[in-house]
Design a protein around this ligand. Structure first.
Ligand code: ADP
Ligand code: ADP
Length: 223
């Protein structure tokens, strides 16, 4: 049984056919980088995956169970990193993270927060209001927020956008650690280098269709 399975999934927004007949499976521990031009349907694909929207037709299942039947449990397995930071600017980093930790029912909250903030090099800034954070700091904090509850599946929409080299390196390191600890990672990115290097599998979506999907180990350089 695959971890996640899309069976003939279509998504339409009015007359826009954003995703066309997508059938694909993901196994536990895969790191998938999804590439494709603007408007191809990549964000729609991620949103379907984490139940932020539902298919117009077809079905998505998790360990063989249709998503419709396990929405809430399924959601808590995810850590989502998108451009929207989902942070409160008038609260400090610490206050934001405590709030989310309580929401997710995270145990040993303060140790967990300290561990993650240290990793993203924000621990010293933990008592600063988020309002004063730079773009890269915000992104690092939103990575922390998404990983607080130790998700099994990490979904990232253009996570490298706006990051400087140092912040990019931190993110790559975190993703590598997640991959090493058998988390499933699905990342949409324009960044060929970061997307290619870290991933175990590459996919391309074009005009709503999955036009390429291969494990990196199955790609020969002469192709
Ligand atoms: P990508 O992430 O690859 O840029 P999207 O999944 O965001 O692509 O969008 C795919 C297509 O669906 C685009 O034509 C986009 O304008 C359209 N679309 C996406 N979300 C919506 C929405 N909520 N309502 C209407 N059209 C949408
Ligand atoms: P992203 O770059 O993450 O795809 P977008 O700027 O395309 O973000 O979309 C931001 C929000 O607007 C998303 O929730 C998306 O579903 C929605 N959206 C995208 N395209 C359209 C559209 N043509 N009509 C209505 N909503 C849209």
């Amino acid at each position: 049984e695959p971890l996640i399975k899309f069976s003939s999934v279509n998504k339409k927004y009015g007359h826009i056919h954003a995703l066309r007949d997508v059938s694909v499976s993901f196994e536990k521990g895969e790191f998938v980088s999804v590439f494709g031009p603007n408007g191809a349907g990549k964000s729609t694909f991620l949103k379907l995956l984490c139940t932020m929207t539902s298919p117009s037709s077809g079905e998505i299942s998790y360990e063989g169970v249709p998503l419709k039947k396990l929405r809430d449990e399924y959601r808590s397995r995810f850590g989502v990193i998108s451009h929207q930071p989902f942070l409160y600017s008038e609260l400090t980093a610490m206050e934001n993270l405590r709030f989310y930790a309580q929401l997710y029912g995270v145990k040993h909250i303060d140790e967990r927060i300290k561990e993650l903030l240290t990793k993203v090099e924000l621990y010293k800034r933990r008592n600063d209001k988020v309002r004063g954070y730079s773009r890269g700091m915000l992104q690092r904090l939103s990575i922390t927020r998404a990983l607080l509850h130790n998700p099994d599946i990490v979904v990232l929409d253009e996570p490298y956008t706006g990051l400087d080299t140092h912040a990019s390196d931190i993110l790559t390191k975190i993703l590598t650690e997640l991959f090493d600890s058998l988390r499933t990672i699905i990342m949409v990115t324009h960044n060929m280098k970061q997307g290619y290097d870290a991933a175990s599998r590459l996919a391309i979506i074009r005009r709503g269709k999955l036009v390429f999907d291969k494990k990196k180990s199955d790609i020969s350089l002469t192709e």
